[in-house]
Design a binder for this molecule. Structure first.
Ligand code: GDP
Ligand code: K
Ligand code: MG
Length: 280
């Protein structure tokens, strides 16, 4: 009846397993992901009359399809269709960790963020205005200390709220500039014409992945008559962008993501310097 699935995503060592343990306690099961020897941890708990099933995804820095861990994490978000993705972020390494967050947002996943290791960040005088960051990313952010269990209750309330939120996720947190956006729109409309969908994922994300030359997503649209036009549009668009920018779309997208992240950090993070400034 009231059952929901929460997937924990995050960089290695962000504190996923620690939060997973704090959430599920002893009610956990350890196995392997189907067909591979990567460990899969699952567990469940009750909260506000809901059974919440939690899946600990492999730690990854990105969601390209270039490592087994990334493919497992991505496929679970795509095909396992979790109700909510809980993105566990190391607050003391915010910039690097946000690269994964931005990709989860682009996928159109329902994301909430645990700003974990908040004690470590504060200890290093890194002050994060999490409300501002939440506004900029368009997702709820909850500061947590996984080791002490701080923030767990709020996380669960937030996950429940988010799962019941019917608003579609935009998937367009980053604007890539006119030239790239125009090509994305062309590819998206070909996807729509061919009625191509991947679970609940936004076709914008699929368009981004196709332009990036993602082998897994390309193989999904390849080889069918209805998708011929998608493939030829992708080829045209890639060529067009390389002509204009003299860079591959992969590089253009990566640069734009890092640009967005560094802008968000400038607006929401303040690092106290220990050096005193002497004014004369
Ligand atoms: P995972 O790789 O994401 O699963 O990370 P782990 O859960 O294994 O955590 C990595 C390390 O960080 C462990 O030593 C944890 O005890 C520690 N840790 C996790 N969360 C916190 C936190 O909020 N604050 C502090 N100080 N340490 C934490
Ligand atoms: K670890
Ligand atoms: Mg772990």
């Amino acid at each position: 009846p009231n059952r929901m699935v929460v997937a924990l995503a995050g960089n290695p060592n962000a504190g996923k397993t620690t939060l997973f343990n704090a959430l599920t306690g002893a009610r956990q099961h350890v196995g392997n992901w189907p067909g591979v020897t990567v460990e899969k941890k699952e567990g469940s708990l009750w909260h506000a009359d809901h059974e919440i099933h939690v899946v600990d995804l492999p730690g990854t820095y990105s969601l390209t399809a270039y490592s087994l861990e990334e493919i497992i994490a991505r496929n679970f978000v795509v095909q396992g269709a979790p109700d909510v993705v809980l993105d566990v972020v190391d607050a003391s390494n915010l910039e690097r960790n946000l690269y994964l967050s931005v990709q989860l947002l682009e996928m159109g996943a329902k994301v909430i963020m645990a700003l974990n290791m908040i004690d470590v960040a504060e200890g290093r005088k890194i002050h994060i205005d999490h409300k501002k960051l939440s506004e900029l990313l368009g997702i709820p952010i909850i500061p947590t200390n996984g080791k002490k269990g701080v923030g767990i209750h709020v996380l669960l309330d937030t996950a429940l709220d988010k799962s019941q939120d019917e608003k579609p996720v935009a998937g367009s947190v980053i604007q890539y500039g006119t030239e790239i956006e125009e090509e994305l729109v062309k590819i998206e409309s070909k996807l729509n014409e061919a009625r191509f969908h991947l679970g609940k994922l936004s076709n914008r994300w699929i368009a981004v992945k196709l332009l990036e030359g993602d082998p897994e997503i390309i193989s999904l649209v390849n080889g069918s008559e209805t998708t011929n036009e998608i493939v030829s549009q992708v080829e045209k668009s890639r060529k067009h962008l390389i002509d204009i920018f003299a860079d591959t779309p992969e590089i253009l997208f990566t640069d734009a993501r890092y640009g967005f992240i560094s802008g968000a950090i400038k607006q929401s993070v303040h690092v106290e310097t220990t050096d005193r400034v002497h004014l004369s």
